[in-house]
Design a protein around this ligand. Structure first.
Ligand code: ATP
Length: 234
């Protein structure tokens, strides 16, 4: 579904991605783990068309999107939930969800998806008329995910959904990610929480200073001595 080949990204003289290749198969959960500064966010931004690539290629559903504009990539069904959630404060929960659907014109479909989001995240249904700024961190993460679902993603890119959340909420968010996947959405998950990210992944990659240093099934990487030492506290 997504094929990234030999991707390079520079910020001035800094090379943040040094020839990264990865694949995401339709229907799967793929996790990309790595420490601070490894290049995880750069990778997502490159796929979403937000940063310029200095080399390599990206194909989505067989189309070359290496040079495509961010809006065009969203229209093809590749939707990002950004790090830090970036919800629209000053707008209600409902209005935030509608922003996710702003490229759509199918009113009935939008209503159906709205109901689905409220079923998946009942707390959002209770908070529908509340200013999004007043939501807790966990609720804001749920809103950001629900807003992305309103755009009917074929592939959902999640940037550190566990960031800043209490362990119990992290568990809840990850079980919702699995449910979204079971309902048919393919997931590319970027995480520093290696244990959680690997435990739900069909396939996983380890990124270190701009290079993929390990890849395998989630289980293989959870059991890998190198991963345990570097990312799972021994
Ligand atoms: P974190 O988990 O801390 O968000 P990350 O793995 O997502 O880290 P990136 O944010 O992709 O890492 O950053 C990769 C490297 O590129 C880092 O060394 C970072 O300092 C650098 N970098 C990122 N954005 C820019 C920018 N706009 N200008 C210059 N350097 C940047």
């Amino acid at each position: 579904m997504l094929e990234v080949k030999d991707l390079h990204v520079h910020y001035g003289v800094i090379e943040a991605l040094k020839g990264v290749s990865l694949q995401v198969e339709q229907g799967k959960i793929v996790s990309l783990i790595g420490a601070n500064g490894a290049g995880k966010t750069t990778m997502l931004h490159a796929i979403s068309g937000i940063v310029k690539k200095s080399g390599g290629s990206i194909a989505f559903l067989g189309n070359d999107i290496t040079k495509a504009k961010a809006k065009n990539i969203v229209e093809q069904g590749l939707i990002q939930v950004p790090e830090g959630r970036r919800i629209f404060t000053g707008l209600t929960v409902y209005e935030n969800l509608m922003m996710g659907a702003f490229l759509r014109k199918d009113k009935e479909g939008i209503q159906k998806d709205l109901q689905r989001c409220y079923e998946l995240f009942p707390i959002l249904s209770e908070r529908t008329n509340q200013d999004a700024a007043t939501l807790s961190g966990g609720e804001q993460q749920m809103l950001a995910m629900a807003r992305a679902l309103m755009a009917q993603p074929k592939l959902l890119l999640l940037d550190e959904p566990s960031m800043g959340l209490a362990p119990i909420l992290v568990k809840e968010i990850f079980s919702i990610i699995e449910e979204i996947n079971k309902n048919g959405t393919t997931i590319l998950l970027i995480e520093q929480n290696a244990k959680m990210a690997l435990s739900i992944a069909d396939k996983a990659y380890v990124l270190e200073t701009g290079n993929i240093v390990l890849e395998g099934s989630g289980k293989e990487l959870l059991n890998s001595a190198n991963v345990q030492k570097a990312y799972l506290g021994g």
